[in-house]
Design a binder for this molecule. Sequence first.
Ligand code: 0WE
Length: 258
Amino acid sequence: MGFLQDKRILVTGVASHRSIAWGCAAAMRREGAEIALTYQNDKLKGRVEELADQLDSDIVLPLDVSTDWQIAHLFGTLAEHWDGLDAIVHSIAYAPKQELAGDYGEVLTRDGFTAAHEISSYSFGAMAKASKPLMAGRNGALLTMTFIGSVRAVPNYNVMGLAKASLEANVRYLAASLGPEGTRVNAISSGPIHTLAASGISHFRSMLKQVERHTPMRRAVTAEEVGNAAAFLCSDLASGITGDVLYVDTGFHILGMG
Ligand code: 0WE
């Protein structure tokens, strides 16, 4: 029996079989969870439905986090399928592409800042709030994905770094808020992974190569490895862990000069 047997878990952010969210959903299914997936737009719908099929799931719902009514609608529809929800994986981020290349002080705009924070951080709190009726009182878990650019100045990561810092603060405030309900809230800080989202980023490949050369384990982390840690954090095995950021990055964050 898997360690997520009989858990119902909503996974957002699946765009392809390389997605971190897919690594999470697959690991969670392997451990016995029932999975529901969301897709961001009609272009991704068919692909996500095929992936859901591989998880024996037919709960595939639209979610674009840029409006509150879509978030409300998601949990309304989910409640027609499930009478409760045990965990949510939030694997959603966005900044305008032109703000993820070049010098921070040159490429920053008000609109880019707003979009990055709204889509990448606010959406996590909004989902936590909207899911409360389904999640309260069942030892639930919320999980989001962050990156070391939240706490270090990573070249080109720019305004996404600010948004991830906000997201990590969101994890702590939500953990304090929802702890009394029995809901735990955590983040995984993943090392860089070559996903569909990453392929839209200039210099990503050279940065990945550099991490592979220097990180203690001399290789990039995989979506499967992030998925295994995600499955653990959403399970009762992690019942004493909340408000925290777990680095799943083949050790990169422990390095100093060298
Ligand atoms: O958080 C991220 C990137 C998320 C992301 C990706 C895109 C691509 C397409 C956010 N917004 C957009 N906007 C788009 O238009 N990562 C942790 C991956 C990443 O992105 C970087 C990285 C790493 C690592 C950008 C610059 C430098 C390093």
